[in-house]
Design a protein around this ligand. Structure first.
Ligand code: PXG
Length: 293
């Protein structure tokens, strides 16, 4: 995008001038939190939920975001306007800020906050018709008792390692197991299985980021009278599923037709996945915080 403007610590600056210090603890230690949000045709989808999760993540790491939630909402809309975007991917990042070469966060006097609003990079359209092929990564998801995956922190290294495993195996996404070997989620998406006309997805206690798309899909399914169970799943459960799909802000709902070389059912996108995809498409166009350019 040309002439892109970034919101950085209260100012809109050209992309080329949007710089943070090499002493920023977000960079030195991954000490910070973030959100990925979408807008569709001038409406920000689930903005309240995303802001709540951001402040919850910040609180968990004892990071004070120097703006109220209302001020951050205004800043997001200002950024969308400055970039003339009705359909956007919005990245909000808050780091511990500039400190010195030591872990001590007390050396960081104020958080660094920036907002990038850009075009969204989606999976190729044909994958929504054919379905994704997944592998299971050797790299495990963070354990709840170490760094809880519910905190959307800047520490994504284990997810990146799992993504590299996927790429090396010729797949676009990888399933990450928790330390007990149960399915947690993918590197940037939650996972669902359809079995006997009901949905199953790992619970928060399996060690996942409780996706906002995931929660919307659960509500949508319930409105369609599709039963939803949050329960522990093994890789074998997934192999034997009638349908499998992933959910996430970037991917929305994307079908999975192959896992670790096993074809899911007949290898075709299933009817419940299609129904939920259609329902979700409707939801994003009629819901959300409206803004004018
Ligand atoms: N699990 C993980 C580990 C994630 O990072 C999700 C699940 C899905 O959550 P939402 O709330 O989006 O339904 C995520 C989300 C990116 C990007 O640019 C990553 C996410 C979302 C948007 C963009 O890599 N992760």
């Amino acid at each position: 995008m040309e002439n892109m403007k970034i919101w950085l610590n209260g100012k809109l600056v050209p992309k080329e001038g949007a710089r943070v210090s090499v002493f920023d603890h977000g960079l030195l230690y991954g000490d910070g939190v973030f959100e990925g949000i979408r807008s569709y045709n001038g409406r920000i989808f689930k903005l309240t939920e995303h802001l709540e999760r951001l402040y919850r993540s910040a609180k968990s790491i004892i990071l004070k975001i120097p703006l109220s939630s209302g001020e951050l909402e205004e800043a997001i809309i200002k950024t969308l306007r400055a970039n003339n975007l009705k359909d956007a991917y919005i990245r909000v990042v808050a780091t511990r800020g500039v400190g010195d070469l030591g872990l001590d966060p007390a050396k960081c006097s104020s958080a660094t906050v920036f907002i990038i609003a850009s075009k969204i990079q989606l999976y190729p359209e044909e994958l929504y018709e054919k379905g994704l092929s997944l592998i299971t990564a050797f790299t495990r998801r963070n354990d709840i008792k170490t760094l809880n995956p519910a905190v959307k922190s800047l520490n994504y290294l284990n997810n990146i390692l799992a993504k590299i495993e996927a790429t090396n195996a010729g797949a676009l996404e990888a399933i990450m197991l928790n330390k007990d070997g149960y399915v947690a989620e993918c590197t940037g998406d939650n996972i669902f299985m359809v079995k006997e006309e009901a949905l199953q997805t790992p619970p928060a206690s399996a060690g996942i980021l409780e996706g906002i798309t995931r929660n919307s899909v659960i509500e949508l399914a319930q409105s369609f009278k599709i039963p939803v169970k949050e329960n522990l799943l093994t890789r074998d459960d997934l192999y034997g599923g009638d349908e499998v799909f992933l959910t996430g802000t970037a991917a929305e709902i994307i079908p999975v037709t192959r896992i670790d070389g096993r074809i899911i059912k007949e290898g075709k996108v299933g009817p419940l996945t299609q129904k939920l995809r259609a329902g979700f498409k409707k939801l994003v166009t009629c819901e959300g915080r409206e803004y004018a350019l």
